[in-house]
Design a protein around this ligand. Structure first.
Ligand SMILES: Nc1ncnc2c1ncn2[C@@H]1O[C@H](COP(=O)(O)OP(=O)(O)OP(=O)(O)O)[C@@H](O)[C@H]1O
Ligand SMILES: [Mg+2]
Length: 365
């Protein structure tokens, strides 16, 4: 049986110095002295100073976040992440609870300061250009924070006003976004009267009020039923088609596979692997997986005798996974060896298998 090393391989260092030019060289003095707040919607989408879109739109190098804890050593939630996101890309952070995904998103969103490392959002350092960065981002936090006092339409309108958009523009955008989120018939409903999926769609609509270049989505579909998830995925596809850069966190392998051009697998604040979903699966798993169940008290023992049936064997509490190029052929070998599984299933490898291989743990805990 394959024993998984728990030692974390370090992620590829993706960035070079050229990506961390001092903004002082590219930003006019007036803008440095007095951060510009967003103008009308057409304006907030611009990359800013000079109009050129910096490439990459997000660049992190050795990014660290430490939390102070009284009487204890600092807790390192993000431990040296390096990655880049290109304009129009859909980039994912995939990892289990506590991996540091939300902490990273908060640093990208310029609402939490980094403890060490380099970070540039649209070419700007969030330590110095928080308001500019925030005005150009759409943020969908992990927890919906809609205003319960207001109805759906008012939530959008008021948020637009917060960004300094004129009332008329806010009203028009609110209607457009209600249509985009398929919430037209809920325009005057109070937030508490909306279902979980509707609240999530409204939060995403609200995040789009300033025509953001980059949309940060922290667990966009957690807790939603499959149909609501598919509606949301469709909306996100449309945004991607329009050229919006998407950065999302998720626990869901299928979501990452559906939405992400590229992703990093994060565990304990570190990058375990980076690549497109297909490339990660190719690099870290076999083509197919045979799942066999022998009964919870027999899986361990059966797995020991399945050595050599496939490329690798893993035991989960409820089943044994046999990694093989041809799962059906592996099943024939299991049966030929005298085993009678209670159930068997052959499937393609997924990002879940990648995560299991890299960390020795299942992503769904
Ligand atoms: N304000 C804080 N103070 C101290 N520790 C924190 C704080 N925020 C987060 N942490 C810790 O940092 C680690 C990473 O948390 P984070 O919320 O980034 O994880 P996550 O990957 O988003 O997890 P989840 O999938 O559960 O949302 C956790 O151990 C968490 O307890
Ligand atoms: Mg989180």
């Amino acid at each position: 049986m394959h024993r998984i090393s728990l030692k974390a391989p370090r992620g590829r260092r993706a960035t070079g110095d050229r990506n961390f030019r001092s903004p002082a060289r590219s930003v006019p003095r007036a803008a440095r002295a007095r951060p510009r707040l967003p103008g009308p919607p057409g304006d907030v989408g611009a990359a800013g100073y000079g109009g050129a879109v910096p490439e990459p739109v997000i660049a992190a190098r050795d990014l660290v976040k430490r939390y102070r804890a009284k009487g204890k050593p600092d807790f390192v939630a993000v431990d040296g992440l390096s990655f880049e996101v290109a304009p129009g890309e859909s980039f994912g952070l995939l990892g289990p609870n506590g991996a540091g995904k939300s902490t990273t998103m908060k640093m990208i969103g310029a609402v939490s300061t980094r403890s060490a490392g380099e970070l540039r959002i649209l070419g700007l350092d969030p330590d110095h250009y928080g308001p500019e960065i925030r005005s150009r981002l759409g943020v969908i936090p992990q927890q919906d924070n809609l205003d319960a006092e207001l109805n759906a339409r008012e939530n959008l309108y008021v948020y637009g006003r917060y960004f300094g958009l004129p009332g008329k523009v806010c009203a028009q955008k609110a209607d457009e976004l209600l249509a985009f989120a398929q919430l037209e018939d809920k325009a005057t409903s109070k937030v508490e009267q909306l279902s979980g999926g509707m609240k999530r769609r409204l939060t995403i609509a609200r995040g789009l009020i300033n025509d953001p270049r980059i949309l940060l989505l922290d667990e966009p579909t957690t807790g939603l039923d499959p149909q609501a998830r598919h509606v949301l995925w469709d909306r996100l596809f449309r945004l991607k088609e329009r050229g919006t850069t998407l950065v999302l966190t998720t626990h869901y392998m299928d979501e990452a596979e559906q939405l992400c051009d590229r992703l990093i697998v994060v565990d304990k604040g570190r990058i375990m692997a980076e690549g497109s979903p297909a490339a990660l699966i190719r690099a870290h798993s076999s083509r197919e997986v045979l799942e066999v169940r022998f009964g919870s008290d027999r899986n361990e023992e059966a797995a020991r005798s399945l050595e050599g049936v496939g490329d690798r064997v893993e035991v989960l509490p409820d089943r044994v996974l046999v990694y093989a190029h041809d799962g059906e052929a592996a099943l024939e070998r299991v049966v030929a060896a005298g085993h009678t599984p209670l159930t068997s299933l052959v499937r393609r490898s997924s990002l879940e298998d990648v995560f299991l291989r890299l960390t020795g743990r299942s992503l769904i805990e």
